[in-house]
Design a protein around this ligand. Structure first.
Ligand SMILES: C[S@@+](CC[C@H](N)C(=O)[O-])C[C@H]1O[C@@H](n2cnc3c(N)ncnc32)[C@H](O)[C@@H]1O
Ligand SMILES: [Zn+2]
Ligand SMILES: [Zn+2]
Ligand SMILES: [Zn+2]
Length: 593
């Protein structure tokens, strides 16, 4: 027998050094001194292992006060126990929120609520609602109070976010409490499982009884919130079946299409037949867009409900309120060019995703696969043999370009998206990460704000890094969106100047003469290009130009279920059709030296 000093450390407890005995005999055991019985104030579960309990006094002394208030007249040992809560209650055992009736473990409730009557507890998100209403009354704008979590992408009230008090309005927020707590819950469950498995190895007889392994009931209830939202989207269709079938019969021609066709009539005469790129809508893109639309629609529903609650209106009417809002956005889309639209609000982004993304993705993809541009064909061929490829999208929005291209490029390609609207990142996460399983990086930059001021980026990607790395730049419908902004020309000129030899710039954009001239001036600022058969060139650049058309005027184009569902979804909520026909100019600039 050997005596030795042992320091015992337990979460939530003071550390203590004791004199222990180590037995050198057969049992190789430590002597464990008898300990007091620990009792959970919430479920009355008792135990002796400190790691199974939290001591809340240590987490937050003010709660000790509160608990003490409850338990006056009790003896010391009982008082001690009033601050103890078992890990199961904190992380696993379900408690009901009296407001939303959602069931979740205690950690999803603020500690202040833990000591209240079990029947009057409010979960973090419900407590946040009350706080948010206070903020609203003191004059905060609803766009500051209702925010999207960058991890779970749910819209929530500001007080549902970690350290929200410290942040300035419109700063990027950390993830929401629920996201952080879910990680804690997952870790707790992993630990329980490991402990259980260890025990199982020591005592295999335990295997029959797996009651102690309560498998993620709490997690399930919370994560299935979204399920009903998607069904609401589908329910919307019953009203719109007629419009879905009408697109089968007749060709859909939107205002934009007609305008585009008129413009292109001029261009067309100058071009050889067979040299343009022509394609039908890629149905797999529509299906992916549809999937992303459904996910982000559930978030719009959530956001609208939060807004109605702030206004003390009945959240049941979210449907009408949201449709109103979307119709207004849709009117903006048809009454002005997309350069007038700001994408800070989730409704505009949803409408854009539903209306334009599939068309843009299809055209960008067709540009690469058409074989029309030899440098692009070469680029794809070489991309698989060379070192890691870096691609930069300017004004990327939801990442339509990447939806179109990711399957053509190696899976380790670094996709770098830049836009001045930070919130596009959420949409891109759904479309590219969740739906297409494509990893990417997002950063903010403002084309009318010179290099020096380019945002360091809360999202992690800086514009300067992207410009340095990229060997391929994609500008899909970007020039037309920014060509009138002061500083935009100079900014782009600078990027072209700095680019390494061999860098490609692909512009897919409106067939407006102004856009075409802008791009040509950008590539040949001294207007010193020579015209060759296939391209124009000067010392620094070679510029290929053609046009591409998206033409869904084919029967089979709308046969697919996903396409019909997508078209009717957009028809119902935006009272218009998504872009199914489109003509664009395609310019490819290749840096020579
Ligand atoms: C028509 S969208 C194109 C989106 C995407 N490339 C596509 O093809 O679907 C134009 C994009 O430019 C972005 N944008 C507008 N003004 C900008 C600016 N000053 N700086 C950077 N991006 C800007 C918008 O947020 C929007 O995402
Ligand atoms: Zn308990
Ligand atoms: Zn609640
Ligand atoms: Zn979250």
């Amino acid at each position: 027998m050997k005596q030795f000093e042992q320091t015992i450390r337990r979460r939530g407890c003071e550390e203590k050094t004791i004199l222990n005995n180590l037995c050198y005999g057969q049992c190789r055991s430590f002597y464990i001194p008898p300990m007091e019985v620990l009792r959970c104030f919430n479920c009355d579960h008792t135990g002796r292992r400190h790691e199974d309990f939290f001591n809340i006094t240590k987490i937050h002394p003010s709660f000790a006060e509160k608990a003490r208030g409850h338990e006056t007249g009790q003896d010391e040992s009982v008082k001690e126990n009033t601050y103890l809560v078992c890990c199961d209650c904190v992380y696993d055992r379900l408690q009901e929120c009296q407001s939303c009736l959602k069931k979740a473990p205690l950690c999803m409730f603020k500690i202040a609520e833990w000591f209240g009557d079990k029947k009057t507890r409010n979960c973090i998100d419900c407590a946040a609602k009350f706080e948010a209403q206070g903020l609203f009354q003191t004059g905060y704008h609803s766009s500051v109070i209702i925010r999207q979590c960058s991890v779970c992408r749910h819209f929530k009230y500001l007080p549902s976010f970690i350290s929200w008090r410290k942040h300035k309005p419109h700063d990027t927020l950390k993830d929401c409490f629920e996201c952080q707590l879910r990680r804690d819950i997952a870790q707790y469950k992993r630990e329980v499982r490991n402990r259980y498995e260890e025990k199982l190895q020591q005592e295999p007889a335990l295997g029959d009884d797996n009651k102690s392994l309560r498998t993620g009931v709490g997690n399930e209830t919370v994560s299935q919130q979204g399920a009903t939202y998607a069904s609401v989207v589908t329910n919307g269709f019953t009203d719109t079946q007629s419009s879905a079938s009408s697109c089968k019969n007749g060709r859909i021609r939107t205002k934009e299409t007609t305008q585009q066709l008129q413009l292109n009539a001029i261009n067309e005469t100058g071009l050889h037949k067979g040299k343009c790129i022509s394609t039908g809508l890629d149905e797999s893109f529509c299906a992916k867009v549809l999937q992303a639309l459904k996910t982000s629609f559930s978030q719009l529903e959530e956001k609208t409900k939060l807004e109605l609650q702030l206004l003390q209106s009945n959240p049941q009417f979210w449907n009408t309120a949201l449709r109103d809002k979307l119709l207004r956005v849709s009117q903006l889309f048809s009454s002005q060019a997309t350069d007038q639209i700001h994408f800070n609000d989730a409704e505009s982004r949803w409408a854009y995703l539903g209306t334009y993304t599939a068309a843009h993705a299809t055209l960008v993809q067709a540009t690469f696969t058409s074989g029309r541009f030899e440098p692009l064909t070469e680029f794809i061929k070489n991309s698989h043999s060379k070192e890691r490829l870096h691609v930069c999208c300017l004004g990327a929005g939801p990442g339509s370009e990447i939806l179109g291209l990711h399957q053509l490029f190696p899976s380790n390609t670094e996709w770098m998206l830049l836009d001045n609207c930070e919130q596009w990142y959420y949409t891109a996460q759904i479309l590219l990460h969740d739906v297409c399983d494509v990893p990417f990086r997002y950063g903010t930059f403002d084309i009318s704000n010179g290099h020096g001021r380019s945002n360091v980026g809360d999202l992690g990607l800086t514009a300067n890094y992207a410009f340095k790395k990229a060997k391929l730049f994609l500008l899909s419908k970007f020039v037309s969106a920014v060509q009138n902004l002061p500083g935009a020309f100079k900014y782009l000129l600078d990027i072209l100047k700095r680019a390494a030899p061999g860098t490609l710039f692909l512009f897919v954009d409106n067939a407006h003469i102004q856009t075409k001239t802008f791009i040509e001036d950008l590539v040949f600022p001294s207007r010193d290009s020579k015209e060759c058969e296939e391209y124009k060139e000067n010392e620094s650049f070679r510029l290929y130009t053609t046009y591409a058309e998206l033409n869904s005027d084919r029967e089979e184009g709308l046969k697919s279920l996903a396409v019909c569902e997508w078209v009717s979804l957009i028809s119902y909520w935006l009272d218009r059709h998504p872009i199914l026909d489109l003509r664009v100019n395609v310019h490819l600039a290749v840096k020579k030296r």
